[in-house]
Design a binder for this molecule. Sequence first.
Ligand SMILES: [Zn+2]
Length: 435
Amino acid sequence: MLGSGQGLGVLEQAMRTALTSAGARLLEAVLAGGGDGYAGPHAKCPDGHQAGYAGSRDKTITTVLGPVTLQRAWYHCAACKHGFAPRDGQLGVAGATESPGLAEMNALAGSEASFARAAGLIAALAGITVSPRTIERSAEASGAAARAASQAEAAAIRGRRICPLPPAEPVPGMLYVEVDGTGVPVRPSETEGRAGKSEDGKAGTREVKLARFFTVSRLDDDGRPVMDPGSSTYVFSFDGKNALAELVEAEYLRRGGEHCRQVVALGDGAAWIWTMAEKLYPHASHIVDIYHARQHLTGLASHLAFITPDPQQWLASRSGELDAGNIQAIIDAASCYPLAGVKAEELDKKLGYFRRNAHRMRYADFKKLGMFTGSGAIEGGIKAIVVQRAKQAGMHWSTEGAADIIALRCQHASGRWDELWPARTAQPVRLRSAI
Ligand SMILES: [Zn+2]
């Protein structure tokens, strides 16, 4: 039987089931050995009242080894009309029905895939049955905790109560800050009563704004910038540009932006991005994403197509000027036709984009300096963090729920996942003495 792959498959599954089940009993025994949290006839409730001992009560929590039942001393507070078990607080399971280990599994699987798919993955990979609804609740609770921790960290950094360490030597040459937004499909109740539609103009969505920070320390053989592997971190907000700016400011300080020789703010050309950059990192170079600039140029060319002798050639010439960063040449070439009325007004509007952003479109110079001119990094970030999980067919989120899951995905993509689970990275407990 052992000679065939099938035999081994059966055996390993049976062995895992047996060991998991034995592990659950062992865990139960170890937890029982740690006492039931009895603290005398009276104990302080979470609100500080005197609560009275009210006997022993069971609680079953689901762990990575399956269900485990605890015996805990139970106290009742007459003032709060609430009961509580001090032992739950010691074990980090107050108000929870999952162990910290299972909460992490739920968070990881639920942030990577739909909750139904996550339940399937956990059952297949860990042999634990958890309902999609439980994964949703558990993952969102972890995400909410992650958001609260990020907010607290950002407030402490902005308030200078935490001073981030300068970046490790050698300090990367360039720090990029790229920002963009996208609409997340939400339930109808989430957009009711909001002034107009969401900022991206589509009904039934709420806009999430995302910022990606990354560094560049070297150029490739063709002189193009190479993003430092593992250097990306993200912050996001559903609460508009001012809320995002607070998080960006803290992240900029945490990443040691003040120590970087060159900071680059790259965006699609939306005015708030530059306003934010001027306030938070005034010495940064601004770059309008070249692909957005090309789209505007195409719009300009088609606006003038009725009057230019060879519209295609006209656009090709202007594209060359755009790549060279010669924005004045584009403005001059577009201004030489005698337009009047609406046509002229429209042209003025279109040229306004180029006039306002001319210094952010010095593409030939930026290239020479080894800078990115396209915002592919933030577009990739939007896709990987938001679109792939939150914008799939048939999804309708609560804004809070979407924010919780996006928080987990940001945490993961920023390489800061382990910070959410300090218990797991702590030194393993010596089991021998506990048994
Ligand atoms: Zn109380």
